[in-house]
Design a protein around this ligand. Structure first.
Ligand code: NDP
Length: 454
């Protein structure tokens, strides 16, 4: 008889967890998984996928407006939130089913309940103890909001996807991914939107020129209230008032707090193990994703490295392969591309200029702000931005940043080139595709002075 019930038991059937289950099962492991909420995790249910569907919905407003300059006249276009939500819910239900089917088809035993550690080889589910040779924590993260008077009225990003009606006005607090994406979406769906951020430019951590550019561009679409902190929120018959520390205030129907996410590691029974967490609740792991218990691993948003679905997928896959095929490959966090689906989209891969300078690299910087051909006729006052950072010694392109339509689609390909060591000469020797925005990347010749490191 086997020593353990399972070779691998996974807690959480989100992106990282399901990938680990599937790979491990394909390698012959007996796998179980516990999921108490929804299959597919944040990404499928209350993250990337529904957000992108909402973003498509929002883009139509621009398309309708832009089409006039091209000879179209569209009367009577109106937006129906209930229809969008219903169609979105149907699609998410379909995807939930697909995730569950992946598990079933790979003979993974599914427990639709909460699992808590009893020891480094045991979890308890609905009063029953299950043993496993290895346990993988893939519990993801959850939106976090600060507490102040009236913070009970705050919505988080999960709530937004479940709203039954579109508010007439919304205040969005935060200046990160979620805040700028939802502000771009809701302003286009017809909701009077104000984004309130405590800093002086959006998207901290991104390249400074990108931040300047995107802050200016987004400020054309909705009200931006920068350098502002919230003091309290009051509620008068469902009419909310957000009061700021500078004594100003805004009335609105809804307030979204997009002030970050935290690993969802509370109430997991970690106290029954030697597993350690950071102050934010992130599970502390080695480069091989092993916790302080040699039999327990953790991946994805639970370890708080890079909170992106494709990163969690890669981490889950690495753990499963290392455990069941002996293939041990370190996870590389270099050149992880990402996109922010604000309007215009933002795509980025590699180093920011400041990171390059702080790393004492000798770099050349190329950048341009261009007006797309489309907007000569649409009349839209929207610019696009591109920037390259090149290591002078090797001539390699080590940072590539873009704000413009479909930036994520474009930057994915450039990420492959950069991972293959593409140099600026390779870019220059590549024939452009005309007329596109992407061709600007292979025609950049003028260098710009460097920013100073802090
Ligand atoms: P972010 O960490 O990106 O942004 C949080 C924002 O909230 C920051 O602007 C931060 O300000 C602000 N903030 C934090 N604490 C407070 C506070 N006490 N009062 C006021 N403002 C505060 O988190 P998000 O929630 O936007 O997204 C979480 C993660 O999810 C992202 O980092 C990303 O990894 C992932 N994600 C990815 C997406 C994509 O790939 N397109 C889309 C959405 C999410 P400050 O900068 O000053 O600290």
């Amino acid at each position: 008889m086997a020593e353990y019930d399972f070779d691998l038991f996974v807690i959480g059937a989100g992106s990282g967890g399901v990938r680990a289950c599937r790979i491990a099962a394909n390698l012959g492991a007996r796998v179980g998984v516990a999921e108490e909420r929804y299959f597919g995790g944040t990404c499928v249910n209350v993250g990337c996928v529904p957000k992108k569907l909402f973003s498509y919905a929002a883009h139509y407003r621009d398309d309708f407006q832009d089409s006039a300059g091209f000879g179209w006249s569209i009367q009577g276009a109106r937006f129906d939130w209930q229809k969008l939500k219903e169609n979105k819910d149907n699609e998410i239900n379909r995807l939930n089913g697909i995730y569950k089917a992946i598990l079933d088809n790979n003979n993974v035993t599914v427990f639709q309940s909460r699992a808590r550690f009893k020891s480094a080889h045991e979890v308890e589910i609905d009063g029953k103890v299950i043993t496993a040779k290895y346990i993988l924590i893939a519990v993801g993260g959850w939106p976090w909001a600060p507490e102040y008077e009236g913070s009970q009225y705050l919505l988080n990003s999960n709530d937004i996807f479940a709203m039954e009606s579109l508010p007439e006005s919304m205040v969005i607090i935060g200046g990160g991914y979620i805040a700028v994406e939802f502000a771009s979406i809701f302003t286009r769906l017809g909701c009077e939107t104000t984004l309130v951020y405590r800093g002086n430019k959006l998207l901290r951590g991104f390249d400074e020129d990108v931040r300047d550019f995107i802050t200016a561009e987004l400020g054309k679409d909705f009200t931006l209230k920068l350098d502002t902190d919230v003091k309290k929120i009051t509620n008068n018959n469902n009419q909310l008032t957000v009061h700021f520390k500078d004594e100003s205030q805004i009335e609105c129907q809804a307030v979204l707090s997009a002030t970050g996410r935290k690993p969802m590691t509370a109430d997991l029974g970690l106290e029954n193990t030697a597993i350690k967490t950071s102050k934010s609740g992130a599970i502390i792991v080695t480069d091989e994703f092993c916790t302080d218990e040699p039999s327990v691993y953790a991946v994805g948003d639970a370890i708080d490295r890079i909170a992106l679905t494709p990163v969690a997928l890669a981490e889950g896959q690495l753990v499963a392969r290392a455990l069941f095929s002996g293939e041990s490959r370190a996870m590389s966090y270099k050149n992880v591309p990402s996109a922010v689906f604000c309007h215009p989209n933002l795509g980025t891969v590699g180093l920011t200029e400041i990171e390059a300078v702080e790393a004492k690299l000798d770099v050349d910087v190329y950048m341009a702000s261009v007006r797309q051909l489309k907007h000569t006729l649409s009349g839209r006052n929207e610019m696009s931005f591109i920037k390259l950072i090149v290591d002078k010694v090797s001539d390699r392109v080590i940072g590539l940043h873009m704000a413009g339509p479909d930036a994520g689609e474009l930057v994915q390909g450039f990420a492959v080139a950069m991972n293959s060591g593409a140099t600026k000469a390779d870019f220059d020797n590549t024939i452009g595709i005309h007329p596109t925005l992407a061709e600007e990347f292979v025609t950049m010749r003028t260098k710009r002075k460097l920013h100073k490191a802090n």
